[in-house]
Design a binder for this molecule. Structure first.
Ligand code: ARG
Ligand code: ZN
Length: 848
């Protein structure tokens, strides 16, 4: 049952208020609802309601409905027009649900004895009958009866007494933003005074014993609230803001109005249990969910096709926030890395879809890197095209014009058109057309005049064969032969399939620094030799292009080595030069020292029409890393000793930068010293960042047996740390062992597979091991398929999401293709396979 954007129809009733009463109990929770509705269009009253709702009573204006008044088919309840009074009426439903049996972690469920909810996208229909669509909004009154000590819902508290609480959310909201939490929780509390002087009570709720790991989340929240006032002029709008950490959660976190619910891994952190990356993500996701209060909640989406309206914008905002809090160049490079690893991979395979899809079977399958990360890139391009002032004017207009609305991408583009006078008809293709454009640049030099000719081509994607040219902002600067910048950044606007731009009055032929700051999400293709790349790596003023030039050298080297060539001395020399330059930010040096992921090398080869061999790529990767280590052993050893961070661990950008560089040095040196340094670091480290990097290095050196036992003993009672233990073993394993290790770990008693974090750790660890997942004997595919089939019966969202490990199956040799297709077929043939997984598998199998 495919849903189409073109089929959108407004709901024929207005919702004036929703009142909910919950009597919580593990296996028999009763939900009574009252909806005040006013007719605005024709037809019966159609409500969504899952099969798990035990219907006890339906009434209109207090009159109980009889069997003839309604029908219930699949997930739809229809109240006949004849049972409805003229204009305004109150619809009542009384249902019973079983949260204790809910393994989908959608709707109302139990996690570690705590009741909690996840309603986006369509979870509310598993709580009660409701118009479960984002364009039906109303204020909510909620009462909760439970024996738990803390009872929370959206909005402001009205009353609390033992065993009972009432909440009122005055801001109209769709059902997907509803939340309820009931548990024996403790809070760390603080407060925030908004720019207009209102005092907001802030709480981060955790299980008793976890309070000492919630402080960083609170700090991050306060920074986010301040930043949104300063940069976007957005003020918080309730008396309280609650965050709750739960152990069983399908995604990262959820922006429910006034009651954000988080995966505990994105709240809990202490130096002993969390890495610098964990801290970084916590800060970013706390900000993301908080920023949704305006971009998502005050202005929501008309329908789920518009998901990028809130997600692309909110990701863009959290990226800006992190740039301001930490290093902007490092953040930009990290974001490009993620985009390429996840979104380019998606966009170039069978799961490609537009930033705004126009059809789907299961919306939960569209919470993707394309909607989120490419959605954010598209906004970055808009900002580049209209300028900072234009962007600000457009956003002010957006908040002003659409506050309280369920809006569309058309509304979004209109505010930019109206605020800046720019026609965005062509730009809109970034939202409607899938696929990553290939941008080719050619240069011509003629006596002081440099002409850059660009050609753009977007390969076909499923259901879209024809790709008209898009607007591409191309940021360009010119670097003179002596390394000085002779032309600062200029944004060229490409609108045609091929287009040229000239720079005149140049003394000597410069080196072109192009796609500065990654000004558009395209694959750039240009003829630049090793010397040119090394020159830009050394001299460019744009940090992104500097990093990109080093990466280009590495990719070319790896590609050649995967086909038998020797390590490229030009790359090794250039990277050593940069790594040893103490004037350069250690975090940037750490990024430059990393090699491009093996999956990306495979993508490049495949793109060039060469069938990638995962084992050869892995061997090349290892060999290049070793060559770097051998050539620069002295330098790496110096960095390793120099980059220690004295004093107590602080999760700030500066310390994290030094630890990052030191840990890359450790990884390289461990290829030479048999793991000696890693063993010492593992024994001495006072924080998880150093501990965990040492453990990974020991695994790669084949010397981790004792360390793995020790680590397990020390952290057995900490689920989040144990997830790391489960993840790193398949991820860092020798590819020939990865599948067997995964299977063995999956048989352990503490492999609590129904916990999404634990499942993702192990199976995600395997799929992050490129040559291990794609082992020639098919063992990686098999263990993954076995577990996806099992997971699908419990939690379809997680199974479907993880199934994308297979999305590149079509790239490989016939043997691998046959084995991965057989694994996919086995999943497809599973009786009662969920709609989620069945959609994913059938899309993937349709490739090539
Ligand atoms: N809106 C949430 C966020 O991006 C994601 C929740 C998605 N949940 C889901 N089941 N698809 O912050
Ligand atoms: Zn979001």
């Amino acid at each position: 049952q495919t849903q189409y954007l073109a089929d959108y129809r407004p709901y024929p009733f207005r919702l004036n208020e929703t009142r909910l009463r919950f009597r919580l109990s593990d296996h028999a929770t009763e939900v009574e609802s009252e909806l005040d509705l006013t007719r605005e269009g024709d037809g019966p009253l159609v409500l969504d309601g899952g099969a798990g709702l035990k219907l006890l009573r339906l009434a209109i204006d207090g009159r109980e409905l009889e069997p003839g008044d309604f029908t219930r088919e699949g997930e739809v309840l229809t109240i006949a027009e004849t049972a409805l009074p003229g204009t305004s009426f109150t619809f009542e439903a009384h249902v019973r649900i079983d949260p204790g049996a809910n393994t989908t972690f959608e709707g109302l469920y139990l996690s570690g004895g705590m009741f909690c909810t996840q309603c986006e996208a369509e979870g509310f229909r598993h709580i009660t009958f409701y118009p479960d669509r984002p364009d039906v909004m109303g204020p909510f009154r909620v009462s909760i009866e439970s024996t738990k000590s803390i009872l929370l819902s959206n909005g402001n508290p009205v009353s609390t007494a033992p065993g009972r609480a009432e909440w009122h959310d005055p801001w109209p909201k769709p059902a997907y933003l509803f939340a309820l939490v009931a548990g024996d929780l403790v809070a760390i509390s603080d407060s925030f005074t908004t720019m207009s002087g209102r005092e907001v009570a802030l709480n981060v709720w955790v299980r008793p014993g976890d309070q000492d790991r919630a402080g960083f989340a609170m700090e991050s929240l306060i920074k986010s609230m301040k930043w949104d006032e300063e940069v976007y002029g957005r003020e918080y709008d309730l008396d309280v803001f609650n965050i709750v950490a739960v152990d069983d959660f399908n995604m990262g976190a959820m922006e429910n109005k006034g009651l954000n619910i988080f995966n505990s891994k994105l709240v809990l952190a202490s130096p002993e249990t969390a890495t610098d990356d964990d801290y970084n993500r916590i800060e970013g996701v706390i900000a993301h969910e908080y920023f949704h209060n305006w971009t998502g909640n005050r202005i929501t989406c008309r329908d789920w096709f518009q998901l990028c309206l809130k997600e692309g914008l909110t990701v863009f905002r959290d990226q800006q926030f992190t740039s301001d809090m930490r290093s902007a160049p490092v953040k930009r490079i990290e974001d490009v890395q993620t985009l390429r690893a996840r979104q380019f991979r998606e966009d170039q395979g069978p799961l490609a879809h537009p930033v705004r899809p126009d059809h789907y079977q299961e919306i939960n399958n569209f919470y993707t890197a394309t909607v989120y990360e490419k959605g954010a890139e598209v906004i970055g391009m808009l900002k580049r095209l209209v300028g900072d002032d234009g962007y600000k004017a457009a956003l002010d207009l957006y908040f002003d014009r659409h506050d309280g609305d369920a809006a569309t991408i058309e509304d979004w583009l209109s505010v930019f058109e109206d605020a800046t006078g720019r026609d965005l008809a062509q730009f809109k293709r970034w939202y409607t057309d899938a696929g990553t454009p290939r941008l080719r640049m050619d240069e011509a030099w003629d006596d002081g005049k440099l002409t850059l000719s660009f050609t753009q081509v977007t390969p076909p994607t499923p259901g879209q064969d024809d790709k008209p040219p898009r607007v591409i902002p191309i940021a360009v600067g010119l670097i003179g032969p002596n390394g000085d910048e002779v032309r600062p950044t200029e944004v060229l606007e490409m609108t045609e399939a091929t287009q040229s731009f000239a720079f005149e009055g140049l003394g000597a032929r410069p080196t072109v620094s192009v796609l500065r700051g990654f000004s558009a999400p395209v694959v750039l293709d240009r003829d630049l030799d090793d010397a040119g790349r090394a020159f830009l790596l050394a001299h460019d003023t744009d940090p992104f292009v500097r990093w990109e030039s080093g990466r280009g050298l590495a990719l070319t080297a790896l590609q050649a080595m995967a086909q038998g060539a020797e390590p490229d001395p030009a790359y090794i020399a250039a990277i050593g030069e940069l790594a040893g330059d103490d004037a350069v930010d250690p975090a940037f040096r750490a990024l430059c020292l990393q090699l491009p992921p093996e999956d990306e090398v495979a993508a490049r080869l495949s793109d060039a029409g060469i069938v990638p061999d995962p084992d050869a790529i892995h061997a090349a990767h290892l060999r290049l890393a070793r060559a770097v280590a051998e050539t620069h052993e002295g330098l790496l050893d110096r960095l390793y000793r120099q980059m220690t961070v004295p004093g107590a661990y602080i999760p700030d950008a500066e310390g994290a930068a030094r630890r990052a560089l030191r840990n890359v040095a450790l990884a390289r040196l461990s290829l030479l010293d048999g793991g000696a340094r890693a063993a010492a670091q593992f024994a001495d480290a006072g924080n998880m960042t150093e501990r965990f990097a040492a453990l990974a290095a020991l695994i790669r050196a084949g010397k981790a047996e004792g360390a793995l036992v020790e680590f397990h003993e020390e952290f057995a009672s900490n689920r989040l740390v144990m997830d790391k233990w489960y993840m790193v073993q398949p991820a860092a394993a020798d590819p020939s062992q990865a599948a067997a290790i995964t299977r063995k770990l999956s048989e352990r008693d503490d492999f609590d597979w129904k916990n999404p974090n634990r499942f993702r750790a192990l199976l995600g660890g395997l799929s992050a091991n490129h040559a291990g997942f794609h082992a020639a004997d098919g063992a990686g595919y098999d263990v993954t398929a076995d577990w996806l089939i099992r997971m699908d019966g419990a939690n379809p969202q997680i199974a479907a999401r993880m199934s994308s490990a297979f999305e590149t199956w079509w790239r490989y040799d016939a043997g691998r293709r046959e084995k991965s297709l057989a694994a996919l077929q086995r999943i497809a043939d599973t009786p009662r396979l969920s709609r989620n997984t069945s959609e994913m598998v059938s899309r993937m199998m349709a490739a090539k």
